[in-house]
Ligand binder design. Structure first.
Ligand SMILES: [Zn+2]
Ligand SMILES: [Zn+2]
Length: 388
């Protein structure tokens, strides 16, 4: 990576759909940006997968939930308990340091942020309360509200209990999307609805323009000639213009477009998010079921590509072909498939049968898409390069 451009890496922590298997855990992926980690979905046993991976638990700063189906959220409470130093209280007469009042000023970077649809906040608050879990560090739950959601209620009758912060937001859609639900100087996150059997969202992570490639040969002789400080290279690297001691003006290289990731939850049709999803470096799209005659021994005799697609859609899910079509439609540079049926074993790196199946699934997507397709497996990591 060029100076000033953070590394970006996706690690798949779980790639199973409804049922986990010995080779696939429930849904979660970790996006590592520089050093921070953002999780997308947090299915059961995600914290176990974190321990098995190179992802650092203590670096998890944000968790984005696509929808509240159990296979995407059941792992959230145990992960919070580990990440935020949770405990089950103290015996009578012993003071619990977690019950001390919060410091008045909390640095925003020290607050774990959770984003999800209506119900996420109630799930977290109720789950922590009924398990008597006391967390030792602050968190906040922001909800992405659909137009049909009841305006005042958040499904929880329980009062907020520290260290949950009261700075939570209920974010309404504007023009059918949730624009910039998070934004800082280097990155923005937006979301949009995608069609599933329950309210579900897809997330778009957009890096802001990054420093251009700098050619030292173009600048250093000028700095030397005018006896200007070499530290000016830092400014030039950022794309700024600097005026040298003799009045010469040097312009840094123009900034380059940043990276863009589109990370979907479960869906049979993600088209409502097209307006914010175009031209990503990576699209992560589910492919729950596939028709694999001659390859999958469990193929039903009467099934066809059409009947399997019909059945898959009726359950709110996609086939590899549907994922491929969407990847082509938004001109994704790379398509990564996840959320596979338990029928499709995830040890295709070592097992020949599994490899045959996953290769066939990838091919079905590629036929529609034309670009590079990766079938995610648990603990697989993918670097997200800036490209030219
Ligand atoms: Zn699911
Ligand atoms: Zn689902």
């Amino acid at each position: 990576m060029a100076p000033g451009v953070p590394s970006m890496k996706i690690t798949f922590l779980g790639t199973a759909s409804a049922q986990p298997s010995s080779t696939r855990n429930h849904s979660s992926l970790a996006l590592n940006i520089g050093g921070d980690v953002w999780l997308f979905d947090c299915g059961e046993a995600t914290q176990h997968q974190v321990q098995k991976s190179s992802v650092k638990m203590g670096k998890i700063q944000k968790i984005f939930i696509t929808h509240t189906h159990g296979d995407h959220i059941f792992g959230l409470l145990p992960l919070l308990a580990s990440r935020l130093n949770g405990a089950g209280g103290m015996a009578d007469g012993v003071e619990d340091p977690r019950l001390q009042s919060q410091p008045a000023q909390v640095d925003a970077h020290d607050v774990l942020e959770i984003y999800g649809p209506l119900g996420t906040r109630a799930y977290v608050r109720n789950g922590l309360a009924y398990t008597h879990t006391l967390l030792g560090a602050p968190y906040v739950v922001h909800e992405l509200r659909f137009p049909g959601d009841s305006a005042p209620g958040d499904y929880t009758e329980m009062p907020l209990r520290p260290p949950e912060l009261p700075s939570d937001r209920n974010i309404s859609q504007a023009n059918g999307i949730w624009q910039d639900i998070f934004a800082d100087e280097s990155i923005t996150v937006s979301a949009a609805p995608i069609l599933h059997s329950v309210p579900c969202v897809g997330y778009v992570v957009q890096e802001r323009p990054v420093p251009g490639k700098i050619d030292p040969k173009k600048y250093i002789p000028e700095l030397k000639r005018t006896k200007s400080p070499m530290s000016l290279m830092t400014k030039l690297q950022q794309g700024e213009s600097v005026t040298l001691l003799d009045g010469t003006v040097l312009d840094g290289p123009p900034r380059r477009p940043g990276r863009k990731l589109v990370i979907l939850g479960d869906t049979y049709d993600p088209s409502p998010m097209i307006s914010i999803a175009e031209d990503p470096h990576i699209l992560v799209h589910e492919a729950t079921n596939a028709h694999l005659p001659g390859i999958d021994p469990n193929t039903k005799e009467n099934d066809t590509f059409e009947s399997v697609e019909e059945r898959t859609k009726s359950r709110g899910h996609s086939t590899p072909q549907m994922a491929g079509l969407f990847a082509r439609r938004i001109r994704a540079r790379k398509l990564v498939l996840n959320h596979f049926s338990a029928r499709y074993a995830g040890d295709d790196d070592v097992d020949e049968e599994a490899k045959k199946v996953m290769t066939a699934i990838g091919s079905l997507a590629r036929e529609q898409y034309g670009g590079e397709v990766v079938c995610a497996r648990d603990l697989m990591s993918i670097d997200v390069p800036l490209g030219e």
